[in-house]
Design a protein around this ligand. Structure first.
Ligand code: TYD
Ligand code: MG
Length: 466
């Protein structure tokens, strides 16, 4: 793309969902397939003023220093891990999430911990009054020394304060509330948040100070969401959770200084977000005694194994076509599993309403959970309990075969650690069996079902099971 001097102030169009730029308006985004997502904005150029090649000269790669920038720990182990071992000075980290999920709480806790270890923090808020932040700090038992707060939304003023008295770590809560004079659109518009983010990024890089910003995810697409910023910032962390569950997952979807897809687990309590150091145990602690339609599946979140309970309920569809409902798994995945169960395992699901739920408000995206979903459905259909000490994992193929899934050793290890005795998995070579857990290898869905629910087969099936 041409980036010359004539570029300044040039109007371009940007997809609000994925941030793809285009010179003309498009009705359909070629990158994310979104419809009607393009909005007009100013071209964002991250170049600086002054001579084009004064400070920077090409360096031969072998002469570039290998030294990694020293990170500093924020003393919240789950947060540090998601960032790849602490925050890198000069990096810009975006924390996205639904309104009310706990972004401001997390940012204040980060401030509190940094302040405790002697660092100076500047917390800029555009959403709340300073006394509201003070009240939240009280709730978190934070004395507030070394945390400087500023209620301001004019970015030029914010940058002036940041430059006059640079803190050790800076926070802007939220990016949608700040604005730059000279851009004639309102705060929160895509033009404003992009330009403001680029300015903050420049400040962070120039001063080598870490900066955290928060951003709401918006569903309607009218106000620009953090998606449009993903390619500008260094790291994007999403704080996720269900409205009625106290668990929160902090997931890195992009990280220039660490691995993406790392997950930290927190619980929202009366005293802020607490780390959950053993999430599998926490998620299984409320498991009911009833094991009809319930099975534990070792999923992977990033590199971390997590045991989750999958529940299914099947009932006779009273009238009309049967319905399928999911909570925490992909709807299309349920359709696939149901179709294979019907066609390859002979389960009569045609006239059944099916509900599948992941306990604890978690979301499972992996196909590795297929087998768990299938066993839970079969167990509910047959009203046959599943052994409480059984865990199962495997992807289901359309011809009813069970397919291998990655990182089997980690999954088995986590199940063994939590006391599971039997583990159904696809046929896999070189898999180690830790003590106390019996590995049951199955090549097909049918085999696996037979191992999990001995009563699964019935002669008079096909059609009406009840
Ligand atoms: P908040 O951090 O304001 O969310 P966001 O900045 O993402 O909009 O947190 C909002 C919710 O968290 C609010 O409903 C109250 C709850 N909360 C607690 O349950 N415990 C706490 O200690 C705090 C500070 C908040
Ligand atoms: Mg907030």
């Amino acid at each position: 793309m041409y980036n010359g001097p004539m570029d300044k102030g040039r109007k371009i169009f940007v997809c609000e969902q994925c941030g793809k730029e285009s010179a003309k308006w498009l009705g359909h985004c070629p990158a994310c397939e979104g419809w009607n997502t393009y909005v007009e904005t100013l071209h964002v150029s991250s170049k600086r003023s002054g001579s084009a090649c004064s400070a920077n000269a090409p360096q031969e790669l072998c002469n570039v220093s290998k030294e990694e920038k020293p990170r500093f720990s924020l003393k919240i182990a789950e947060f540090d891990r998601v960032l790849g071992g602490g925050i890198v000075p000069g990096s810009l980290v975006l924390i996205g999430g639904d309104p009310g999920i706990g972004k401001s709480t997390l940012l204040l806790q980060i401030s509190a911990n940094a302040a405790k270890s002697g660092k100076k923090v500047l917390y800029v808020t555009g959403e709340e009054s300073l006394s509201q932040i003070r009240l939240r700090a009280n709730r978190l038992s934070t004395p507030g020394e070394r945390i400087f707060t500023l209620a301001e939304t004019n970015l030029s003023v914010i940058l002036e304060h940041l430059t006059q008295e640079p803190p050790d770590i800076a926070i802007v809560d939220s990016i949608q509330t700040v604005y730059l004079d000279g851009i004639d659109s309102s705060a929160g518009s895509i033009a404003q948040i992009r330009e403001c983010t680029v300015r903050l990024m420049q400040w962070a890089k120039d001063n080598n100070i870490p900066l955290l910003i928060s951003g709401h995810v918006t569903k309607d697409g009218f106000i620009a969401g953090p998606k449009a910023l993903e390619h500008i910032v260094d790291a994007v962390l999403y704080l996720e959770g269900e409205q009625f569950s106290s668990y929160r997952l902090l997931r890195s979807v992009k990280n220039r200084f660490g691995s993406a897809n790392e997950v930290g687990v927190f619980e929202m309590t009366g005293k802020g977000l607490m780390e959950v150091t053993n999430p599998s145990e926490a998620f299984l602690s409320q498991r009911s005694k009833e094991t009809i339609g319930s099975i534990v599946v070792p999923t992977l979140e990033g590199t971390r194994p997590l045991l989750v309970e999958i529940q299914a309920l099947t009932t006779n569809a009273s009238f009309g076509p049967s319905r399928r409902t999911t909570n925490g798994i992909d709807f299309n995945r349920l359709l696939l599993v149901t179709a294979v169960l019907t066609k390859r395992a002979g389960l009569g699901l045609g006239n059944q309403d099916i509900i599948v739920n992941v306990a604890g408000g978690l979301k499972v995206g992996e196909p590795a959970a297929d087998l768990g979903i299938a066993i839970a459905i079969a167990s509910s259909l047959r009203s046959a309990p599943v052994d409480r000490n059984l865990a199962a994992v495997g992807e289901i193929g359309l011809s009813g075969e069970l397919r291998a899934v990655p990182q089997m050793d980690r999954r088995i290890g986590e199940a063994a650690k939590l006391g599971f005795k039997r583990f159904i998995l696809p046929e896999t070579k070189d898999v180690k069996s830790p003590r106390g857990i019996e590995l049951l290898q199955a090549s097909s869905l049918k085999d696996a079902l037979r191992m999990a629910i001995p009563r699964v087969e019935r002669k008079s099936d096909e059609g009406n099971p009840e």
